[in-house]
Design a binder for this molecule. Structure first.
Ligand code: MD3
Ligand code: FE
Length: 221
């Protein structure tokens, strides 16, 4: 290689992984999208959890969910023996759910835009905490008043494998690994796809410790 050829490569960047992976017609994984936001996101998460601590909720069938949950925003998703619903109040404290921190809202809106969904206005953020062994069985998100808005999911801490299924529970699922800082966005024709989370493997994340935290942003009303 002569010096002229070297100069052509002098300011080239190392090869980069694609930052946006399409997993469905209108579903994307945005790798590492949340990382630059964490410095603002984590203190805001602490404040929400101080007002609305994680708790385990019970399904209508009487099973205790393995993921612990909290919420912020106008509407919090809850479940108990009488069913799944969105509520303005935390059933444990009887107080309104904490306001959605502006950094949560801005991150969710920026991620939706990156995936082609303009003007996403989430009014609900469900916060799920998984310890090793915790999982979420295959389900559809169907408790919202409209399915026009996308859903934005932010993963922090230990890695997980998402099951990304079809429109019937029996359809074969893709397995999509997600890591600290990744965001998954889906909407449009993919809005009602079955999905779930395989049991979290043992491990310790350097910043988040022995847990995975997921934010699920939705427009409930
Ligand atoms: C659907 N939580 O709380 S969404 C839920 O990791 C929930 O805690 C997940 O499902 C969690 O209702 C985050 C997972 C997900 C990922 C990709 C999908 C759902 C999807 C793609 C299409 C449809
Ligand atoms: Fe879901």
């Amino acid at each position: 290689m002569n010096p002229t050829t070297l100069d052509l490569f002098a300011d080239s960047e190392p090869e980069q992984q694609p930052r946006r992976e399409q997993i469905g017609e209108r579903s994307y994984v945005l790798r590492g999208f949340a990382l630059p936001w964490l410095e603002r996101l984590l203190p805001a998460l602490e404040a929400v959890l101080a007002a609305a601590p994680f708790r385990h909720m019970v399904t209508p069938g009487g099973f205790t969910m393995s993921a612990a949950m909290s919420s912020c925003g106008t509407w919090g998703w809850t479940t108990d023996r009488s069913g799944y619903r969105y509520s303005r109040h935390d059933p444990q404290t009887l107080a309104p759910w904490p306001d959605m921190p502006s950094v949560f809202f801005e991150l969710a809106q920026a991620a939706a835009l990156e995936a082609g969904f303009a003007a996403f206005v989430p009014d609900s953020c469900l916060i799920n905490r998984y310890i090793p062994g915790a999982k979420m069985s295959l389900h559809q998100d169907k408790d919202e008043a409209s399915y026009a808005a996308p859903i934005v999911s932010v993963s922090l801490g230990l890695p997980a494998v998402f099951l990304f299924g079809g429109f019937e529970r029996s359809h074969k699922s893709q397995r999509v690994p997600v890591f600290h800082g990744d965001i998954v966005v889906w909407g449009g024709v993919d809005r009602l796809r079955y999905h779930g989370v395989l049991p979290i493997k043992e491990g310790r994340h350097p910043q988040m410790g022995e847990q995975r935290i997921n934010f699920t942003f939705r427009t409930a009303q």
